[in-house]
Design a protein around this ligand. Structure first.
Ligand code: SAM
Ligand code: SF4
Ligand code: F3S
Length: 457
């Protein structure tokens, strides 16, 4: 009988990518199929995140619930992967002794062997080593799910920002060779993928071997991916301001397939806080970089991340951040978080005397400013026509379709399910807080009656 695996993933896009690869490797090497209900699974995998304390707490509450599923289903096993697994290793078994497999972001390809050993009577299996690029060499062809796909092009991060666990959980930066990435994108394109998002925690530090002893930066990689038949849109996530080189800015000028969107976390607008965070750049350098990106691609939509309440931050520094928000104009929105001390990071050792209530109030002020900017950007799109890649049914109303603009904005509109996976021209009729509404003016491959579709108002 076919065995069943259930995977739940938390955290960033790299974790989402990894979760897909877990299913691929178990399907190809051990005949598993993926199920949507944990209580039906023979193997339950939790792909964890430890970037903030809250994320880490979720892991143990989820595992508590899964223990009951395991007890109710003879032979069922539980595996924990991702960044909490990487950080805790065998210690995780002390808090959750019923866990069978503990694996890291760079050992997920060993799941079939670990599972076989556990089933052969060995004790719980723990492997959270960093065998580096071996993971990508061992993974089977990825199975596309719809017209967009993530492709991890590097692992790890070597920036060591003072607050961040990622370099400890994922190891130092290591890039996949160019040929490897192109082969994976080619396989996805052959399955109908039209848009790829090239992933790395610090993806603009990409330096992939070219085979002739040289290496390619992210700008060159983007140019090469753009030449693959079927790939019409390229994104990359996440970049770091200190390593945003001129080749990447040129790609915005020269590669039309590169989408109008940059997620460029800044964390703070205060030079003092940026220094304490060990970000390696000041506010002026960040703003200069944004100006250069906008000069190369005037339609670029800019999104960012902020941390408020970093140890030692005062209201004056928050004001500097708010002033930067006004100057830059983050039309793509922002993720913003209250600082969470993470064990093992230098910032966790700093004296932090700002009350949590103040931090929450600061976060609200910051978010209000950011929401205003994004709402204004959405309103400005009403009455324009946008090119949207239709990626599936709308989340709110499954009778409608949903897609994203080049600037990464979600648009919902009425349409035919057969259009999923195609590009469409959509006339924007309404701006909502987090999305846009519209009506289709033209769909790739369809002869359409523009007037009937309502284009032009
Ligand atoms: N590599 C990306 C970067 O450099 O910004 C993303 C890193 S992290 C996965 C995503 C976001 O989480 C960061 O941009 C930061 O805003 C936030 N973050 C990371 N560590 C944090 C901490 N200890 N407390 C609060 N927020 C944190
Ligand atoms: Fe963390 Fe900084 Fe690396 Fe981003 S660049 S993953 S914030 S250490
Ligand atoms: Fe979380 Fe690890 Fe990603 S800590 S954000 S899952 S790299």
């Amino acid at each position: 009988m076919t065995e069943r695996v259930y995977v739940e993933t938390q955290g960033c896009q790299m974790n989402t990518y990894d979760a897909g690869r877990m299913v691929d490797v178990l399907a190809s090497e051990a005949g598993f199929e993926q199920v949507d209900r944990p209580e039906e699974a023979d193997l339950l995998l939790l792909n964890t995140c430890s970037v903030r304390e809250k994320a880490q707490e979720k892991v143990f509450s989820r595992l508590g619930r899964w223990r009951a599923y395991k007890e109710a289903r003879p032979g069922a096993l539980i595996g924990v992967g991702g960044c909490v697994a990487s950080q805790e290793g065998a210690d995780l078994l002390r808090r959750a002794s019923f866990v069978d497999l503990v694996f890291g972001p760079q050992t997920l390809h060993r799941l079939p062997e670990m599972l076989a050993r556990r089933r052969a009577g060995a004790g719980p299996q723990v492997d959270v080593t960093f065998p580096e690029i071996e993971k990508f060499d061992r993974l089977p062809e990825p199975q596309a799910e719809g017209p967009t796909a993530y492709v991890s092009v590097m692992e790890g991060c070597s920036k060591y920002c003072a607050y961040c666990v990622v370099p400890y959980t994922r190891g130092d930066e290591i890039s996949r060779p160019v040929a490897d990435v192109l082969a994976e994108v080619g396989q996805l394109a052959a399955q109908g993928v039209r848009e790829v998002n090239l992933l790395g925690q610090n993806v603009n530090a990409y330096a992939g071997a070219l085979g002739d002893g040289d290496s390619a930066d992210l700008g060159l990689l983007i140019e090469a991916v753009a030449r693959i038949d079927g790939i019409d849109r390229i994104r990359f996530t996440t970049s770091h301001p200190a390593a945003f080189h001129s080749g990447l800015i040129e790609a915005f000028r020269e590669v039309p397939e590169l989408a109008d969107f940059v997620h460029l976390p800044v964390q703070s607008g205060s030079d003092l806080v940026l220094k304490l965070m060990k970000r390696g750049h000041d506010a002026a350098a960040y703003e200069d970089l944004i100006a250069r990106i906008r000069a190369a691609r005037p339609s670029a939509v800019i999104a960012t991340d902020f941390i408020v309440g970093f140890p030692g931050e005062t209201e004056a520094e928050l004001e500097e951040t708010l002033a930067m928000i006004d100057r830059v104009g983050f039309d793509g929105g922002a993720f913003s978080f209250i600082f969470s001390p993470r064990p093992g990071t230098p910032a966790a050792e700093l004296t932090d005397d700002v009350p949590q209530a103040d931090k929450r109030a600061w976060l609200q002020r910051l978010q209000a400013r950011l929401h205003e900017q994004q709402a204004a950007a959405h309103r400005a799109l009403v009455g324009t026509t946008q090119t949207v890649l239709i990626d599936g049914p709308s989340r709110r109303d499954p009778g409608e379709l949903s897609g994203r603009t080049s600037g990464n904005r979600v648009v919902n509109f009425p349409g035919e399910p057969a259009w999923i996976g195609r590009f469409a021209e959509v006339y924007i009729t309404e701006a909502c807080a987090h999305s846009l509404r519209g009506r289709v003016a033209a769909v790739e491959g369809e002869a359409m009656d523009y007037a009937a579709a309502g284009a032009g108002g």
